[in-house]
Ligand binder design. Structure first.
Ligand code: ADP
Ligand code: MG
Length: 475
């Protein structure tokens, strides 16, 4: 009998069910969907990154035993992370993206470059009249303005977004670039614009796409000789939302094609909305001509929310989920989780799950436990920019000097340390670290890491640098 993803997963489930509490089984295993089996690898779909992390932390042993029983000792588990109600929010590092299948030609002869990560693929094009082609917007209806809590940290970005939503293409905010650190609401806000426009102007064609997906589609179109169809497709859009444009850095082909699409849309009064984790001035490896266009409209920053806003966000979320929680606990969370909204939500989800399957009340001690864990786990997420800043200031240099071509010994050492920490503390590849730290190649970064390792063993002074910097970067 051949094994299918479903049959394998069902066997695993019946084993898991026997080994954990029913409530935990219900919370953490029922929502999982088996997707695919290939060789020794089973792919399962989980509803969020948090969910995946929870499984990895609490149930990995059990999962391993169950899988090995079914698939042998080389069994592998692949997570496909997606948020509920989002069609395109697969996150880069944990996700195994399903292989893209070419879509059929639509009746107008345009190859559809959309590769929707949905199981049952609907042809995204329906032809209602003669000329207008309908495109699925890929928007998550839950990411709307109502659910986006306003505060000082996001007021400008939020009101600019609303202005754009009221008059797409008709304000000076074109393009609108929303930038800010992880988990501060860039994706949410960019969806909100799209959702609002769809509501106000049902005839407008809105499309949300991540830069990674856009890049992949472009690469596919080159391979299949349909580059013109790809461009043509994007030029038909009225409101184009491209998320995380920093991923275009270094990808000259994609930047080039985007430049042409952008110009076409802009000239025709179409609205472009971009998000990025940095301001245009700090973007690396993006062509000048594209950067200058990013600056044509408005760049609005999303900052980390202040305490009051954090409390409102928590209350809003609790209200939406129909959960009651004592004020003192909400305040405790808001006081201790400062860096980003995704973590705030993570703590809440975790608390609700814990309290429900242990049938406990929300207590301050449970809250402390969970908050501690989040604070500890997230300390290590440092960006390469931050590393460069910390290392530069430690050696009294500015970042530009650190990145410069100079071969002066103390600067070379600082640069090597920055590369070493970037490798150790981020998920970035050697190539990407190199390109962000003064446009070096991956071999230079590799060499830097080895040098730092060697010097740490042999040179006392140098070891002190590493220790000091480690402290600065982790606390
Ligand atoms: P980013 O794209 O900047 O990394 P997201 O848009 O994915 O961040 O936001 C992370 C999470 O935080 C989402 O679930 C989002 O709904 C929520 N969020 C962010 N900002 C707000 C806000 N101001 N009000 C309510 N929820 C927010
Ligand atoms: Mg995002």
């Amino acid at each position: 009998m051949t094994k299918t993803a479903i049959s394998v997963w069902n066997e695993c489930l019946s084993f898991i069910k026997d080994n954990i509490k029913p409530q935990a089984y219900k919370t953490w295993f029922e929502p999982i969907k088996p997707i695919k089996i290939s060789g020794d690898s089973l792919t399962i779909q989980v509803p969020s990154k948090f969910f995946y992390e929870w499984l990895e932390e609490h149930y990995i042993k059990l999962l391993r035993v169950a899988l090995v029983r079914e698939l042998g000792s080389d069994a592998k588990l692949i997570y496909d992370v997606r948020m509920e109600n989002t069609y395109s929010s697969t996150k880069p590092h944990t996700v195994k993206i399903p292989s893209s299948n070419r879509k059929p030609l639509n009746p107008q002869g345009v190859t559809v470059p959309l590769d929707i990560n949905k199981r049952e693929l609907k042809n995204p094009f329906v032809i209602p009249g003669i000329q207008k082609v309908k495109i699925e917007s890929q928007l998550n209806p839950n990411y709307n303005f109502d659910s986006f809590v306003e505060g000082d940290s996001n007021r400008l970005a939020r009101s600019a977004s609303m202005a754009v939503a009221n008059k797409p293409g008709g304000t000076s905010f074109n393009p609108l670039l929303i930038y800010g650190g992880v988990g501060l609401g860039k994706t949410h806000l960019s969806h909100a614009i799209g959702v609002e426009i769809k509501d106000k102007y049902p005839d407008k064609t809105v499309l949300y796409i991540s830069s990674e997906r856009f890049t992949q589609q472009f690469i596919d179109s080159v391979k299949s000789n349909t580059r013109n169809d790809f461009i043509h497709f994007y030029q038909m859009i009225d409101v184009l939302i491209i998320d995380d444009v920093q991923f275009l850095s270094g990808k000259t082909g994609t930047q080039d094609v985007f430049f042409h699409i952008f110009n076409h849309l802009h000239q025709n009064g179409k609205q472009v909305i971009l998000t990025s984790d940095k301001a245009p001035v700090d973007m690396q490896d993006i062509e000048q001509r594209l950067l200058s266009r990013f600056k044509w409209g408005l760049s609005a920053e999303l900052q980390a929310p202040d305490y009051e806003t954090r409390v409102s966000i928590l209350q809003n979320k609790l209200y939406r989920d129909g959960v009651e929680m004592p004020d003192e606990i909400v305040e405790y969370i808001a006081k201790n989780i400062k860096s980003n909204v995704r973590e705030l939500e993570g703590v809440l989800v975790s608390m609700i799950a814990q309290a429900s399957f242990n049938r406990k009340e929300f207590t301050l001690s449970l809250t402390k436990q969970i908050v501690d864990k989040f604070v500890k786990n997230t300390k290590r997420e440092v960006s390469i920019d931050q590393i460069q800043k910390v290392v530069s200031s430690y050696f009294d240099l500015d970042v530009a000097t650190l990145q410069s071509k100079t071969r002066k010994r103390h600067i070379v050492q600082a640069r090597q340390l920055a590369m070493f920490f970037a490798k150790r503390m981020t998920k970035a590849s050697l190539a990407s670290i190199g390109s962000q730290i003064g446009k070096r190649d991956h071999a230079t970064v590799l060499h830097a890491c080895k040098t730092v390792d060697n010097l740490t063993e042999t040179d006392k002074q140098f070891r002190k640098y590493v220790e000091d910097l480690t402290k600065k970067l982790t606390y």
